[in-house]
Ligand binder design. Structure first.
Ligand code: PLP
Length: 435
C-alpha cells in the first residue's frame, strides 16, 4: 500500500499528508483538500463490522494510509464515534421509509460527529512543545456548539466562535455561549456569510498569522468529512441487509459537508443509490443544477437556519469529483424548500407519521414527499435527521401543539450562564477581539 496524499481543489498540486490537511484546514491557494484518489474499501471486512468505531477502522483505513495518525485511527474512532446514529424504520409510512438519527450527540446535531473526530485527531497530532492552536469557527448555528463541546477544556487549543447576531435559535445561541475557559464567542453584526468571510480573511492575513497559529474546524476540514462517511456506511449496510436493496438518502443541505460525505461513501462502493439534497430557500445549488451556472449569492434567513448558506464551500469538492454539470446532475438532485413548506411538513408528519422533525429535517421530509410515487414505492428511502427538534422548540412546538422533551445533555447546557462579545463584521474588529 502506498500512502494517501491530499491536494487542493484549486489546482495547487502540492501534496500533503492527511494530518497536514487536517492541521491546515484550508489549502494555501484557498482550495479544499481532497484525497489524490479515493481508496479502495474492503467490503468483506465491512460486512463483518458492527458499530461506528469498528466500521470506521475499515472504511477510513485507506484515508489514513501512511499518515502518522494511521496507528491511532482505532483510538480516535473509539473516542469520537461513541455516539449512537441509528437508522430507524418509520412504521407509519406506506412506503419503506427510515430516519438516520444524527442528533444523539452532546449538542444534539450531526456536527458532533465531525467535531469530536477532529478534536481527537488534532490532540494526537500535537507535540508537547507546539504553540497553542487557535481554532476559528464560523457557524450558522450548530457547528459552533459542536466544536465548543468537542474542544472544551483541552488546554492546547483556543476556540473562537463567530456567529451571526439574531440569526440562530435561542437554544443554539445558548450552546454557542455557555462554555467559557478555552472557548470564546463572538456575535457578529452580519450574516453567516460575513462570519465565514472573516474566518477566511483571518487565515490569509499575514499580520494575524504571525500572532496566532490558526486552524479551522468548519466543514471544509477533511477531518470532519471522514467521520461523517461512517454513519452512511453503517446505515446503508443496514438497509441493504434489511431490504436487499441499496439505500436512498434525502439530506438537509447547507454547506454540503454532510451530503458530500454521503457522495464519498457511495464512491467508495457502499450500497447507496440516489442522493437528494434538500436546501431551504437558499437555492444556489438547485439553481446550478437547473441552469449550469454557478451563482453564489448572499444567504437568506430561514427557519432551517443551519442551512442558510448562499455560497456552499463544499461545492468545490463536488465539482472536483464531477467536473461538468451533466455528470453532477446524474449523481445528485437538489430541491429548495421554503419556510411555509417546512412548517406544513412538520405539522403533516407529526400527524401522519407520529414523528417530530427539526426544521432542517423537515426540509428533507418535504423533499421526499415531492418525489414521484413511483420512486417512493418499493425503494428504501432514508431521511437524514440532522438535529433534535428540541433545539428549535420555539419553531416546532407551536406547530405540533405540544412540548418537546429535551434530551438530558442539552438540558444541562441550557442551565449554564452565557458569555459573548459583540463585534462588527470586519477583520479589524475580529483582530481586536482575539488580540
Ligand atoms: C449544518 C447543518 C445542516 C447542513 O449541513 P451541511 O453539511 O452544512 O450541508 C443541516 N441541518 C443541521 C441541523 C445542521 O446543523
Amino acid at each position: 500500500m502506498g500512502s494517501m496524499t491530499y491536494s487542493s481543489t484549486r489546482g495547487d498540486s502540492t501534496e500533503v499528508s492527511l494530518s497536514e490537511a487536517i492541521a491546515r484546514g484550508l489549502a494555501p491557494d484557498g482550495g479544499l483538500y481532497v484525497p489524490r484518489q479515493l481508496p479502495r474499501i474492503d467490503r468483506a471486512a465491512l460486512d463483518a463490522g458492527r458499530g461506528l468505531p469498528a466500521l470506521a477502522r475499515v472504511a477510513l483505513r485507506g484515508f489514513f494510509d501512511g499518515d502518522r495518525l494511521q496507528a491511532r485511527l482505532g483510538e480516535i474512532a473509539d473516542a469520537a464515534l461513541d455516539v449512537p446514529a441509528p437508522t430507524t424504520a418509520i412504521e407509519a409510512s406506506p412506503d419503506p421509509l427510515y430516519a438516520l438519527e444524527l442528533y444523539h450527540g452532546p449538542t444534539a446535531a450531526f456536527k458532533d460527529f465531525g467535531a469530536r473526530f477532529l478534536a481527537e485527531s488534532l490532540e494526537r497530532m500535537r507535540t508537547p512543545q507546539e504553540e497553542r492552536l487557535t481554532i476559528l469557527v464560523a457557524t450558522s448555528g450548530d457547528t459552533g456548539g459542536a466544536v465548543a463541546a468537542a474542544f472544551h477544556r483541552r488546554p492546547w487549543v483556543r476556540v473562537v466562535i463567530l456567529y451571526p447576531k439574531g440569526l440562530v435559535s435561542p437554544r443554539q445561541e445558548q450552546q454557542l455561549t455557555c462554555w467559557g475557559e478555552n472557548v470564546e464567542s463572538l456575535r457578529v453584526a452580519g450574516t453567516f456569510d460575513d462570519c465565514q468571510r472573516l474566518v477566511k480573511e483571518a487565515f490569509v492575513d499575514p499580520a494575524l498569522g504571525r500572532r496566532h497559529r490558526f486552524s479551522s474546524a468548519n466543514s471544509i476540514n477533511v477531518g470532519r468529512l471522514l467521520p461523517q462517511m461512517v454513519y452512511y456506511v453503517a446505515s446503508s449496510l443496514q438497509i441493504e441487509r434489511a431490504t436487499g436493496r441499496p439505500a436512498n438518502y434525502v439530506i438537509p443541505a447547507g454547506n454540503l459537508g454532510n451530503a458530500f460525505a454521503a457522495v464519498w461513501a457511495r464512491e467508495l462502493g457502499l450500497p447507496i443509490e440516489r442522493i437528494v439534497l434538500a436546501h431551504n430557500a437558499n437555492r444556489t445549488v438547485p439553481d446550478y443544477l437547473a441552469t449550469g451556472e454557478w451563482r453564489p449569492r448572499p444567504s437568506i434567513a430561514t427557519l432551517a437556519s443551519a442551512m442558510d448558506v448562499g455560497n456552499p464551500s463544499n461545492m468545490e469538492r463536488l465539482r472536483a469529483l464531477y467536473p461538468d454539470v451533466a455528470a453532477l446532475r446524474s449523481r445528485i438532485t437538489a430541491d429548495s424548500i421554503d419556510d411555509a413548506a417546512i412548517r406544513e411538513r412538520i405539522i403533516a408528519d407529526h400527524r401522519r407519521l407520529g414523528r417530530v422533525w427539526c426544521p432542517h429535517t423537515a426540509a428533507a421530509a418535504e423533499s421526499y414527499a415531492r418525489l414521484p410515487a413511483s420512486e417512493r414505492s418499493g425503494r428504501p428511502w432514508v431521511l437524514v435527521a440532522t438535529a433534535h427538534p428540541a433545539k428549535f422548540n420555539e419553531i416546532v412546538e407551536p406547530l405540533v401543539g405540544s412540548p418537546i422533551d429535551v434530551p438530558e445533555s442539552l438540558a444541562r447546557l441550557l442551565r449554564l450562564p452565557r458569555r459573548v462579545t459583540d463585534i462588527a463584521p470586519t477583520l479589524g474588529a475580529l483582530a481586536d477581539a482575539i488580540a
